[in-house]
Design a protein around this ligand. Structure first.
Ligand SMILES: [Zn+2]
Length: 150
């Protein structure tokens, strides 16, 4: 779908294939979206983008799980996600979800480590008498160092 009308409250979306199918609705408060009108039977095939969306959704939804269990078995993942959310999720989508989750977790770790210097500055500001030493390892990647200890 793509949005064809989108202000704060009223939303209208139509099929990307321009087949004439649309959905129209509006927000009532923060948590209630009311569909006012939907086009007749929609027969366009499900797009590949939807498959990606499901994998990204699963990766985000189960990010904590992936953090604890980075190699969560696809077979088990499929069953659990289907049961918990009543969503058809394929083996391939689960496999992709795991890749996305690993990527997301990797990125968020890099973000955390990038904060170490400002975290250290804040500790120094709070505790003038304290001694704080940041130890790093030079890495094989130019202009990058690896956190060792603080
Ligand atoms: Zn369509």
């Amino acid at each position: 779908m793509r949005w064809t009308r989108s202000d704060k409250q009223k939303k209208r979306a139509q099929c990307r294939n321009n087949c004439g199918w649309y959905v129209y609705g509006s927000w009532h408060g923060r948590s209630c979206f009311m569909i006012k009108n939907v086009g007749k039977d929609h027969t366009c095939p499900r797009s590949v983008r939807m498959k990606v969306a499901n994998a990204v959704w699963a990766a985000k939804k189960y990010l904590d799980r992936f953090r604890r269990e980075p190699n969560w078995k696809v077979k088990n993942m499929m069953v659990e996600i289907r049961q918990a959310h009543n969503v058809q999720i394929s083996r391939r989508q689960c496999y992709r979800a795991r890749i996305y989750a690993k990527r997301m977790l990797g990125v968020s770790l890099v973000k955390e480590y990038n904060k170490v210097r400002s975290y250290m500055a804040e500790m120094k500001r709070k505790d003038h008498a304290g001694t704080f030493i940041l130890e790093v390892d030079p890495s094989s990647i130019p202009e990058r160092v690896l956190f060792k200890r603080l």
